[in-house]
Design a protein around this ligand. Sequence first.
Ligand SMILES: [Zn+2]
Length: 138
Amino acid sequence: MSVTFFVPDAPSETIPCHRCEEYREPCSPFCDGTETVSVAPEPNFSNMNAARLLSAVGLPVGEDLFGSVAVAGLQDLKMSIQIAQNLPAIRYGMHVTERVVGNITTCGQGDEQAQRRLKQLLDLVEWCIENQEGLSWG
Ligand SMILES: [Zn+2]
């Protein structure tokens, strides 16, 4: 299972189908060679990584891992991400371990991966601020 962060009201655009391009032939009989995607970034994470990320930036981590932030909350979220970016990875992992996933160890949770996910979320939040759109995840 995975969690996608997205902008529900973002405009979409039609681009060449990435699967057709990858396979160099039609990816399915139903594909017309294009796909419609959001113009906003749509980072996708495993459930566990999404839970870590939400917790690291102070957002509620519900059991079903979905939620939203309205335009009014974007600046606070941006600040929380920037604070989390300055925490050492061990604290990022520990923080979540205590609050979300009980005693599950955080093996393989490297600083680089944590930073990459925070940056992906920050890119989305900055897009939302610029375009005055709220974001959701689920
Ligand atoms: Zn296709």
